[in-house]
Write a protein that binds this ligand. Structure first.
Ligand code: ARG
Length: 270
């Protein structure tokens, strides 16, 4: 049997345990400006690597890119630091990662679509994109029709995949559409001739060509009129406002143009 003091000591020990137990589990908090965050002191971003020039690892293993730089502006505004979580695109675009509290914001070169708007709240658009067909240099392909009987690679879960599947169905094209889990796998398949051609967003092909001169060429463009947006969990108006304010400030004070020049290159003529 424990005496009075023994019981008190046990109770005190249990309380200490409970307190330290709590301290270990970060349940997040709210910034001074009233923005809820899943982790104290951090703006946690979900992305799907690699997707240069929007997000990819540099030689030191640090995730960098146009999206990263823009979200850094949001983090600075909130007085916290950005932490990046690499996770499959499916969980990002479906809203699952934001809903489950894996991250506060999604930044993944992600196109704003009506379907995704049902499950995510998008920021104002921050980048215009189109789709493009890439081939190994020297291949004489300029249309989808010329890929009859061949394999065409796309990235799973993306607007490029949707666009190609719709074109193949609509034009009754005899093309085998092959989906790859990420951009690296798609580019690898193209480079090693596992597919005759590959479709993805134009800026990522431009970046690939810059990094691997002479290997791949853009054979055709499809003006899908896409716009990228950052996304927050449905209803997270406070964070969405901070994101939109950071974008609009960057656009008005020249930061956006500077980052564009650094990560994307020359702006297309308006
Ligand atoms: N813009 C395309 C889409 O939204 C592709 C995005 C892929 N992004 C990535 N980080 N893997 O479907």
């Amino acid at each position: 049997m424990l005496g009075r003091t023994g019981k008190a000591a046990l109770l005190a020990a249990a309380m200490t345990l409970a307190i330290t137990g709590c301290a270990k589990e970060d349940t997040g908090g709210t910034t001074a400006s009233g923005v809820p965050l899943i982790k104290t002191g951090a703006l946690t971003t979900c992305t799907h690597l690699p997707y240069a020039p929007f997000q990819s690892k540099d030689t030191a293993g640090k995730v960098v890119g146009f999206d990263v730089a823009l979200i850094d502006l949001v983090a600075t505004k909130l007085g916290v630091t950005q932490e990046i979580v690499d996770t499959p695109f499916e969980g990002i675009k479906s809203g699952a990662d934001l809903n489950s509290g894996k991250c506060d914001v999604a930044a993944a070169g992600m196109t704003i679509t009506d379907e995704r708007k049902k499950v995510l709240d998008f920021s104002d658009p921050y980048f215009d994109a189109t789709q493009a067909l890439a081939v190994v240099t020297g291949k004489e392909v300029t249309t989808l029709e010329q890929l009859a009987g061949k394999r065409l690679g796309v990235q799973g879960g993306t607007t490029g995949e949707d666009y190609i599947k719709a074109q193949v169905a609509e034009k009754k094209l005899d093309i085998e559409v092959v989906s790859f889990k990420d951009l690296a796998a798609l580019q690898q398949a193209l480079a090693t001739n596992q597919v005759e051609a590959a479709v993805n967003d134009l800026p990522v092909w431009n970046e690939y060509i810059k990094a691997n001169p002479g290997k791949v060429a853009v054979a055709a463009g499809f003006d899908t009129g896409e716009q990228y947006g950052f996304a927050v969990k449905k209803g997270n108006a406070a964070l969405l406002k901070a994101v939109n304010e950071a974008i609009s400030k960057a656009k008005s004070d020249g930061t956006y143009d500077k980052l564009y020049a650094t990560w994307i290159g020359a702006k297309p003529a308006a």
